[in-house]
Structures are given as structure tokens and as C-alpha cells.
Design a protein around this ligand. Structure first.
Ligand SMILES: *Cc1c(COP(=O)(O)O)cnc(C)c1O
Ligand SMILES: [Zn+2]
Length: 617
């Protein structure tokens, strides 16, 4: 192609297949090669771009994605769809650097984009192309972030947006897509199932297919441009990138190369790609020295954004890492959550788990000498933590509820309740007891593992719960002990008015559940029974009857939740009940046990006692 030709109106770029090199007209396809189904790539007439580039304005205008329009394959600039994306901060991270042993560490905070993720940069180009092509609607398969981003831009482009996500996509991402007005379907399957359906849907209904395709790469290049500018036109030694579909690392590489081709920089960084252990087909291919991916059937990782078992741009990613002289590695979910916490605590950057992979990789890159301590290293923090708050909460304490009294505040501070969950997250699956320990041994162990000195009264209660676990034949793991401690320390102070001595419950598939309970109410022994739709209901109804025969405490049960503590075959559960009385007092109480009924009874009794104490005062 000649630059002369461009000025008379023909295109200054073309689409080519990365595998068979076939030239593809974008009217025919802008997603995959019609011949071999491989990804396409945009190739430019760089002479033309060079001739148009205004170097003065490039160096002097504010940094944001829209300033690089010359590098995007957009023909009709009046159609550009933008929410003022990019221009995200590049932070020098001294504290994190020191902790990880790096002297010149930077974080590019892509969570600061309009929908909280770098994908917005690609969506500008993609949706602008959709408009150029006169699309009436777009559809996209996504693990969540792509859905939210495409939905946001489809809205300002005034196009309906159809989104297919795997069932169980994090609520933060789902809430975004739905709020932007997307028509969302949850597919019972993996991302790849959703992906296949979406391709078919776009054919059948003639929807514009958005996703990890060639035009998106062009927009996402701006991350590389910005990094160079923000380092004052210097080139970092290495850029560490989380990989899912491999599109983004390919985009970064293309961006660095284009600045190089334009003579704006004189060398290129090494790209380091990181994937979670539970889904790492690109890392595996790279380390085998191959471009071919072996798909991962069932991705298993806490990083929803990286659950790409059969990554479309795997080939581009492997090439980018190889050409750049970089490397690829995996990190575990545990390391990822730790990296996420480290980044938040040392640098106040809260990312979703996928965004923490570069941090999680820092240590191992240093010890294996793949990066030197004094090199300029940029970590890409890809997505905002609010997208998936539940992931972070796994290793954070659930804030205890207290009575509005200073004693309760004192207790919280003295017992360091705020440290418990973090301590429990490390080696949570380790067995601590299979038999009931002595009170002394228990107190010592709690002090050693959690840094908490239990008072004799609390020791007794913790011991009681440990006994329950052991008697049910469940070894007590560190995670179990953490929940036991939280439940105990958050519970009613002192002896409660209601105590359960035993219960019995029978239930059948079609009939009501019947329960009998034996309790002490203010020291007096009582017995009563109840029925319910299920065993928990029946026991709680029996307890209510017993308590009300003496107590006359009015309340309603307004919420009930069950969570599995540490997933696995012999998991224990944590139940949470919310009770409300006639005055509108609300009490949140928890219970923990390997047995869901026992955990519910504990929570109920605790809630009841708290409410009782509240009403007596
Ligand atoms: C999409 C995404 C990634 C992975 O990028 P790919 O282009 O799929 O490799 C990483 N982090 C976040 C937060 C993402 O949304
Ligand atoms: Zn091809």
C-alpha cells in the first residue's frame, strides 16, 4: 500500500489472519478468518500514520485514550463512541516495592476506567466500528467485565446489547451490565459455552459480534502508549500482565511496537504473562515452546476475569511474550488473594483478583532472576476491586456487630477481632484437632495461631464448639477454628437467658419436619415441640414456643443465610440470622458447625439472647 493512495480515500489498514495470512475484508468478517477460523489482526500502512502524526500535539496534549486516534482503524471520526477513558494513573509504588524487593516498581491502575477495567479502551474502537458498519444491535459473550464495558458503550451508541455470561458471574459485574440496560442471559456452562452461542446468535440475528477481536486490540494498545508517556518517554524493562484470553498482552505488545516503529522509543520492554494455576493454557503452551493451546475443560480459579479455558488470542499472546524476550508463569489463588490484600494495604489500590496476578508473581520473578531488583517494572492492575467484592471478603473479617457501648468497643480492640479472618486464611485447610484438646492447650493454640488471648469464659465457649465439631466426627481445621472464634467473640457477652440442651428432629421428603427441643430458660428446664417446612424451621419454631412460654419476647426472623466456610468434602457452614423486634431493633447473629441445623440453632439462640439483653436494658 502507498500513502498516496490513502489520501484519496482508501483504507490505511487491512485485516489479516494471524495463521494463514489471508487478507479479509472487514465487511465479510472482523472477528475470525472465514477460511481457518483463526483470529485476525489489523495491519497498518505505517508510512501513512507517520505522515499524519502530529508529534508536537502527541507530546503536549493530556494523556487519555482518545488522543491516539491516529493509531486506531477508525475511518469516520464523527462516529466515535467515548466515555473519556484511559489516562489512568501510573503510580510509583515504594512501599510495595520495598516489601517485594524491587526498587523501581510501578502500578498502572486500569480500574480507574469508566466501567472499572481496561476493556473500555478496546470498546471505544469496537463500538465505533459497529456504528461505521451500521450495526443495529451488538452481542457479546463475557465472564463479566467485557459485558459491562460493551453494555456501557452500546448504550451511548444507542444500540441494544445482548450479553451471555456463565452462570455465577460476580454480582458487581452483573449489576453493571444490567444497569446499563443490557439484555443478559446466564448460561449454565463455562465461558466457552456462552462464546459459541454468541457467535451463532450474531449470525442468526445479524447482531454485531463484540469480543476479543482485532478491533479491540487496537483500542487496548493505548495502555502501552500511556505507560511510555507517563514514564517520561522512557521504556520500562518489564511489564507484567494478567492473561485470560491473551488479547490484552497482545494489545500491549502491538502498542509498544508501534511507538517503536514511529521512532518514539528506541527499545522495547519484556512482557511477562501471568495466569492462575487453575486456568493456564497460555503459560503451558509458552513453556512447551508451542503456539497451540491445549484447552482447559473446567477452569478453576477465583479470578472470574481469567476463566478462559480456550483462549482465542493464545497464539498472539505466546508470540508477544516470545518476541519481547519475556516469560510466562502461574500463581495460585492463595497467592493472588494475598497479592490483592498487599496492594490494598500498602498502596491503597483495590483490585479484583485478576488485577492482582502481577503482584502475586513479583516474588518468584525475583528469586528465579527473571527480573532484576533495580529494573523499572510496571504491573498492570487490570480491574477495580468493587467488581467482585465477595472474593476479597473471603480473606477479610466480617465486621462484628456490637451493642452501642464503649465496653464492646474495648472488647473489639483488645481481642483484635479485626485480624482473625486474615490469620485464618493462611493454611486454613490445616487440621488442628481431631480430638478434644485441654482448655490450656486450646488457649495456647488460639494465641499462637491468631494472636488472641482468650478469657476463661470465652475459652470455655470455644471449647464447647470444638467439642461439637469433634463429636460430629469432623476434624477442626484452622479455618473452622477461625469461624468458631468469630462466632464466639461476636456473640452475646456473658450467659444468655436461653440455652439449648438438646434437640431431635425428623423430616421426610413430602411431609412436614417435626422437632422437639430441651432448653433452659433462665435456669428453668423446658421442653417443647414444633413443626416446619424443613428441619431448621421446625427446630426454630420449637425454640420459639419454648422461649415464648416464659419470655414473651416478640421478634421476627427477617433474614437467613448459609455459607460454606472452606469448600471441600467435609466443609463446615456459617449461618447468619437477622432478628427484628417490635421496636425495630435488629440483631445479626451467627453460628458455625459442620451441621447446618446446629449452626442455625446456635445463631438463633445467640440472636435471641442478644435481643433479650437489649430489651432488658
Ligand atoms: C479481561 C481481563 C483480563 C484479561 O485480559 P485478556 O485480554 O482476556 O487476556 C485481566 N483482568 C481483568 C480485570 C479483565 O477484565
Ligand atoms: Zn486464516
Amino acid at each position: 500500500m502507498r500513502s498516496q493512495a490513502k489520501k484519496s480515500g482508501s483504507r490505511f489498514y487491512e485485516l489479516r489472519c494471524v495463521a494463514c495470512d489471508r487478507r479479509v475484508r472487514e465487511e465479510e468478517s472482523s472477528t475470525r478468518c472465514p477460511t481457518c477460523r483463526s483470529p485476525l489482526e489489523v495491519r497498518y500502512d505505517y508510512e501513512y500514520i507517520r505522515s499524519r502524526l502530529n508529534r508536537y500535539s502527541l507530546r503536549n496534549s493530556p494523556i487519555k485514550a482518545m488522543k491516539y486516534l491516529d493509531f486506531y482503524p477508525i475511518e469516520n471520526l464523527s462516529l466515535v463512541v467515548s466515555l473519556d477513558e484511559g489516562g489512568t494513573p501510573l503510580y510509583r509504588c515504594r512501599k510495595l516495592g520495598e516489601a517485594a524487593g524491587y526498587s523501581r516498581l510501578y502500578i498502572k491502575n486500569e480500574g480507574a476506567n469508566p466501567t472499572g477495567v481496561f476493556k473500555d479502551r478496546g470498546t471505544i474502537v469496537e463500538l465505533t466500528k459497529a456504528k461505521e458498519h451500521g450495526a443495529k444491535a451488538v452481542c457479546v459473550a463475557s465472564t463479566g467485565n467485557m459485558a459491562a464495558s460493551v453494555a456501557a458503550y452500546a448504550t451511548i451508541a444507542m444500540m441494544p446489547c445482548y450479553v451471555l455470561v456463565p452462570e455465577g458471574t460476580p454480582i458487581g459485574k452483573m449489576a453493571q451490565a444490567l444497569s446499563y440496560g443490557a439484555r443478559v442471559l446466564q448460561v449454565r456452562g463455562t465461558y466457552n459455552d456462552a462464546f459459541g452461542l454468541t457467535e451463532e446468535m450474531s449470525q442468526r440475528y445479524n447482531f454485531y459480534l463484540a469480543g476479543d477481536y482485532a478491533f479491540r486490540v487496537e483500542g487496548q494498545k493505548s495502555q502501552a502508549f500511556e505507560i511510555i508517556e507517563q514514564l517520561d518517554w522512557r521504556v520500562p524493562a518489564a511489564v507484567i500482565v494478567p492473561m485470560g484470553f491473551g488479547t490484552n498482552i497482545a494489545a500491549l505488545w502491538k502498542g509498544f511496537k508501534e511507538f517503536h516503529i514511529m521512532g518514539l522509543i528506541d527499545r522495547l520492554p519484556r512482557l511477562i504473562g501471568v495466569q492462575p494455576e487453575g486456568c493456564s493454557p497460555i503459560v503451558a503452551a509458552f513453556n512447551r515452546g508451542q503456539e497451540k493451546m491445549i484447552p482447559v475443560e473446567r477452569p478453576n480459579t477465583i479470578c472470574s476475569a481469567l476463566s478462559a479455558g480456550d483462549p482465542l488470542d493464545g497464539v498472539k499472546a505466546v508470540r508477544a511474550i516470545k518476541e519481547s524476550g519475556g516469560c510466562a508463569l502461574t500463581v495460585s489463588d492463595g497467592e493472588i488473594l494475598e497479592g490483592q490484600q498487599q496492594l490494598a494495604r500498602l498502596e491503597s489500590i483495590f483490585v479484583e483478583p485478576a488485577g492482582a496476578l502481577p503482584i502475586a508473581a513479583l516474588q518468584s520473578l525475583l528469586t528465579t532472576a527473571r527480573v532484576r531488583a533495580d529494573e523499572v517494572v510496571v504491573c498492570l492492575a487490570t480491574g477495580n476491586g468493587l467488581k467482585d467484592p465477595r472474593a476479597a471478603l473471603r480473606v477479610l473479617p466480617s465486621p462484628p456487630s456490637i451493642e452501642p457501648s464503649m465496653q464492646e468497643v474495648d472488647k473489639f480492640l483488645k481481642l483484635k477481632l479485626y485480624e482473625i479472618r486474615a490469620a485464618g486464611a493462611k493454611n486454613g485447610e490445616r487440621n488442628l484437632f481431631t480430638e478434644v484438646p485441654s482448655k490450656g492447650a486450646l488457649t495456647d493454640l488460639v494465641n499462637k495461631e491468631f494472636g488472641i488471648r482468650l478469657t476463661p469464659e470465652y475459652s470455655q465457649r470455644v471449647l464447647g464448639l470444638v467439642e461439637d465439631f469433634v463429636n460430629k466426627g469432623k476434624p477442626v481445621t484452622k479455618a473452622d477454628l477461625q469461624y468458631i472464634l468469630e462466632t464466639t467473640l461476636k456473640g452475646a457477652p456473658g450467659e444468655g437467658v436461653l440455652k439449648v440442651e438438646d434437640f431431635q428432629v425428623t423430616t421426610t421428603l413430602h411431609g412436614h419436619a417435626q422437632a422437639k427441643v430441651w432448653v433452659r430458660f433462665d435456669g428453668e428446664q423446658l421442653e417443647s415441640s414444633g413443626t416446619g417446612v424443613g428441619p431448621v424451621d421446625a427446630v426454630i419454631s420449637a425454640l420459639k414456643t419454648a422461649a415464648n412460654s416464659r419470655g414473651r419476647l416478640f421478634f421476627e426472623l427477617i433474614d437467613y443465610q448459609v455459607e460454606i466456610n472452606a469448600p471441600g468434602t467435609d466443609a463446615s457452614v456459617e449461618t447468619t440470622l437477622v432478628l427484628k423486634d417490635a421496636q425495630g431493633n435488629r440483631i445479626v447473629a451467627t453460628g458455625t458447625s459442620p451441621d447446618i441445623i446446629v449452626a442455625s440453632v446456635q445463631a438463633f439462640v445467640d440472636g435471641y439472647n442478644l435481643l433479650w439483653a437489649r430489651q432488658q436494658s
